[in-house]
Design a protein around this ligand. Sequence first.
Ligand code: LFR
Length: 482
Amino acid sequence: MKSYAAVDLGASSGRVMVGRVDPDSLELTEVHRFPNRPVRTPEGLRWDILALYAGVLDGLKAAGALSGRLDSVGIDSWAVDYGLLDADGALLGNPVHYRDGRTEGVAEKVWATVPADELYAATGLQYAPFNTLYQLTAARSTAQLAQARRLLLIPDLLAYWLTGEQGTELTNASTTQLIDPRTRRWSYDVAERLGIELGLFAPLRQPGDPAGVLRPDVLEETGLTGPVPLTTVGSHDTASAVAAVPATGERFAYICTGTWSLAGLELTAPVLTEQSRAANFTNELGLDGTVRYLRNIMGLWLLQECVRAWGEPDLGALLLEAAKVPTLRSVVDAGDSAFLAPGRMPERIAEACRASEQPVPVTPAETTRCILDSLALAHRRAIEDAQRLADHPVDVVHVVGGGTRNALLCQLTADACGLPVVAGPTEAAALGNVLVQARAHGLVGDLPGMRGLLTRTQPLTRYEPRGGTERWRAAQARLAGD
Ligand code: LFR
């Protein structure tokens, strides 16, 4: 049996898991979990990257203590954000958080140079204010960018600190909006027209590529015995999560749930049509030449922010109460980027209901139910749109990630989609991370082989639709103003 450490960083917490793998078994153990608390500085919202790195080192130490030795380490995290290095390789400031307001109004400037339709045709990426391309445009005249000689995306930055080697992992690079999803290479034309220096990026790496070995002082600090190789995984957490969708055929949709809901399809080629752009679908790159054709939905962020505002009440009790609130009493557009920024979430949801002349949720249970119904509805819409736009019908929806713990959300999603939902695994990103490492070392086969091992080893829960799809259809039409 081999032991692989998966570092998986989410927007609100980071964790280090140890995956023990042989061709017939796969066991995942969480060895360390630590908070990821963004910090509002006078300059704006920033990631506390040193705290994250310290959490990674502590986690690797715990992983070594559990396993004796590690066969390899892989890192995945959220996308789009980066650190800048100066000519000496030193980090210039704390990485900016993608929810920071600096990109407000930047898209219009970008589109004045490269119109939105051309940008979509070239990069296949949905409009999101935080795509790296808009962040770099917002930073254009800063002293920091002028001084920068290297840009490393978050997992690549941590990999550099662990190994001393630099690279740009492809699945995450695809979220910069500077990659052409057909060639899976940089889009030189887009970068040149926008004055973005592609030389800032380190050479592209593919999931499975070796990425160096842990530096001697990392070994010393973690107590690990070297050499411990770092293996490139799908370093975008969503790429790793999609790799761990336990699908058995091709006719499936997936929803990666957590802070975000990423709902869509796995395709073999990007969909770059004007209809697809209008529907705000993205073509991010996945493992083995696949495309993650999906839409970003605000996800459990809406609930996390409310729970924070309510002073962290017991979630289990809240969900039980929410289950008693009538279905579809009021819904908001869970795809609306008006909900992107932190703060005042219960009020913002109430305001959205008031503005659309629906009953205004008052109690935490009513607000929670409004959020879950709204998410289920947004899931339905994304999966329906994706099937139509990609001409790729599905029979089942796989829900992976943190939302699998929320049985009400899974059942409502099955009801709304009118399709069975298979929920699990919860730690999909970490499992995808581990499996890509195991594959790089010859322990498991290709994507279907990885998924087969998951189906055989991971607990999955099935939710059948309970009928009433018509009501969801009507709610969707109402929300769209039809
Ligand atoms: C999910 C995720 C999404 C990405 C968002 C911002 O954790 O990686 O895929 O759109 O975070 O990076």
